[in-house]
Design a protein. Structure first.
Length: 117
């Protein structure tokens, strides 16, 4: 028998505002929060936006999110039988759902200046 956990995910855009959505996810001991998010996207809600680029756990740092109020890498954070609440990074501009603008402002300025040359 497969157990399940509830993953509460903050969803929305700057236009719609945030809303917490709850998903029941099949639970396997040792699974990561990213595993659960990708299961949701593949099986329940294909429009769920989450950033990741995994080659090896904790290598790219693109899957940074807040899990139960702590900043973590979703690929390295382990899901527990208690479930979790996943939110976009605090203090960052939300693009959609869990995707935030993570490029530092100086890098954005440099890219804009480079594009004008």
């Amino acid at each position: 028998m497969t157990s399940s956990v509830t993953l509460s995910v903050m969803r929305g855009t700057p236009q719609t505002g945030p809303a917490l959505t709850h998903y029941d996810v099949p639970y396997t001991q040792g699974m990561s929060v990213l595993d659960a998010l990708l299961w949701i996207r593949a099986n329940v809600e294909p429009s769920l936006a989450v950033r990741y680029s995994c080659i090896n756990a904790n290598a790219c740092k693109e899957c940074s999110v807040m899990v139960d109020g702590a900043v973590v890498y979703a690929c390295a954070a382990r899901l527990t039988p208690a479930g979790a609440t996943v939110e976009p990074l605090a203090g960052k501009t939300v693009v959609r759902d869990l995707v935030t603008d993570i490029v530092p402002s100086k890098e954005q300025l440099g890219a804009a200046l480079g594009a004008r040359r």
